[in-house]
Design a protein around this ligand. Structure first.
Ligand SMILES: C[S@@+](CC[C@H](N)C(=O)[O-])C[C@H]1O[C@@H](n2cnc3c(N)ncnc32)[C@H](O)[C@@H]1O
Length: 254
């Protein structure tokens, strides 16, 4: 299962929604989903208007000191979660690790509204939010500036003609390798067997990552402390078992 498709990935200073691809401009990058769902409640609208601007940031403004500088109080390390959906996993991690800074990346405005409610409820200080395409965020981060990247139940794009839309591509694997610290981790969860195999294939051909599984339980069971998400619960209800894949960023190449 080898991908022949290479997405055009955004550079840091180019909006992900309009990347020049040859003779014409068209939407590119790694986001192909919808940005809006049902109408937001008034309080959610209020949080989008007033709290999101305080927690959001322009990735192009991240300087050489890296994403840790976004956090006050200061943090020991920074992680990102790509496509956090309703935010269940991201919020639980932020509460469990107060000395870690978390960047949540989610273009879907209803997901953003849900996490803002939880951030307000729990008075969380160690989450910053980017309401755009994670591949643009990755392009803006300095080399070796993240301790971990989580991708949990990404959009599966099961049809062959849509495989090029999957977040995991050779280009995004290389982008993640660039921004992860040596020994940092990329963690991937999916209940779609084909996407798990796809991810293993892509990561296996990267010289930068090592799959950490030594026994079946290492990928069949969630890692300790894992918080199930909405999509994870839906998969369980429907009888699909997720795989939990952990990859370590190797020291081999720059
Ligand atoms: C299937 S949902 C899973 C949500 C959540 N992780 C969960 O497990 O419930 C996938 C999410 O990824 C987001 N997404 C898709 N492409 C993305 C991208 N390039 N950057 C950031 N988020 C993305 C979508 O908006 C969607 O909310």
């Amino acid at each position: 299962m080898v991908s022949n498709h290479q997405n055009s990935h955004p550079s840091c200073d180019e909006p992900a929604s309009l990347v020049r691809t040859g003779s014409r401009d068209r939407p590119q990058g790694s986001f192909f989903g919808r940005r809006k769902g049902h109408r937001l409640r008034p309080h959610q609208n209020d949080l989008i208007a007033h709290l999101l601007p305080r927690l959001g940031f322009d990735p192009a403004g991240i300087g050489p000191s890296g994403p840790a500088a976004l956090f006050d109080p200061p943090v020991d390390e920074t992680r990102i979660e790509i496509g956090f959906g309703g935010g269940e996993h991201l919020v639980a991690e932020a509460l469990a690790f107060p000395r870690t800074g978390f960047i949540g990346c989610e273009p879907y405005v209803n997901g953003m509204a849900k996490i803002l409610v939880q951030i307000e409820t729990h008075a969380i200080r160690n989450i910053r939010l980017f309401a755009g395409d994670a591949s643009q965020l990755l392009a803006c981060l300095p080399q070796a500036s993240l301790a971990r990247i989580d991708l949990i139940h990404p959009d599966p794009w099961p049809k062959r003609r849509h495989w090029k839309r999957r977040f995991v591509q050779d280009a995004t694997v290389a982008a993640m390798a660039r921004v992860l610290q040596p020994e940092g981790e990329f963690r991937f969860v999916s209940d779609i067997d084909d996407y798990c195999a796809w991810t293993l294939t892509h990561l296996a051909r990267s010289p930068d990552f090592l799959w950490l599984a030594e026994r079946t339980a290492d990928w069949q069971d969630p890692w300790p402390g894992y918080t199930m998400t909405r999509y994870g619960r839906k998969a369980m209800r429907e009888g699909r078992r997720a795989a939990y894949l952990r990859f370590r960023r190797e020291r081999t190449t720059a």
